[in-house]
Design a protein around this ligand. Structure first.
Ligand code: PRP
Length: 183
């Protein structure tokens, strides 16, 4: 879907398809360089990371393995609680592996903080994080994120994997939602 398909639901387009693809290509080039000569496993966190996993993996010039996790934060509403339940675990044994967790967004940072510690406890050689977007003003924990696409304002953002009530994930850009959609 492009901006014409959802024009009435949008406040602003924050990053266009072209800007996102350009940034993903830059991150991929950095990842290729940083992991040169090593075997990398990229781990996508369902469901939001599907878009960035697909684009990042194809922008890399190195072989990578891909695996997926699904996690759910305990608690109510849209707020992350930091207590995470694994809905789908990895198929891969992580012993000795270099792992890169790939996310669509880091909001409070609580989910990723838990996930990084969880994966590190499985005997990995390294665990780093790559996220398409981050909301710095929403951070509740300090989290070392090695690869960040773009920072976003602390507003209701949708697109490129980010949903509102499971819709808008398939926008090829990221934008803020008009208040009438969620009020
Ligand atoms: C989003 C995102 C992260 C988490 C970040 O997932 O993909 O996993 O929230 O929030 P935090 O930094 O406050 O912990 P969500 O739970 O919305 O699931 P989804 O990927 O299926 O949309």
């Amino acid at each position: 879907m492009d901006s014409h398909d959802v024009q009435a639901d949008l406040k602003h387009v924050l990053y266009t398809k072209e800007q996102i693809q350009q940034r993903i290509a830059e991150l991929a080039a950095q990842i290729d360089k940083d992991y040169e000569g090593r075997e990398l496993l990229i781990v996508g966190v369902l469901k939001g990371a599907v878009m960035v996993m697909a684009d990042l993996a194809r922008a890399l010039h190195s072989h990578v393995s891909m695996d997926w996790m699904a996690v759910s934060s305990y608690g109510s509403g849209t707020q992350s609680s930091g207590v995470v339940r694994i809905l789908k675990d990895l198929d891969t044994d992580l012993m000795g592996k270099d792992v890169l967790i790939v996310e669509d967004i880091i909001d409070s940072g609580l989910t990723l903080s838990w996930l990084k510690t969880n994966l590190e406890s499985r005997g990995t050689a390294s665990v780093e994080i790559c996220t398409a977007f981050r909301k710095p003003d929403a951070a509740k924990v300090e989290l070392d994120v090695k690869y960040v696409g773009y920072d976003l304002p602390n507003e209701f953002v949708v697109g490129y994997g980010l949903d509102y009530a499971e819709k808008y994930r398939n926008l090829e850009f990221v934008g803020t939602l008009a208040p009438h959609v969620y009020e």
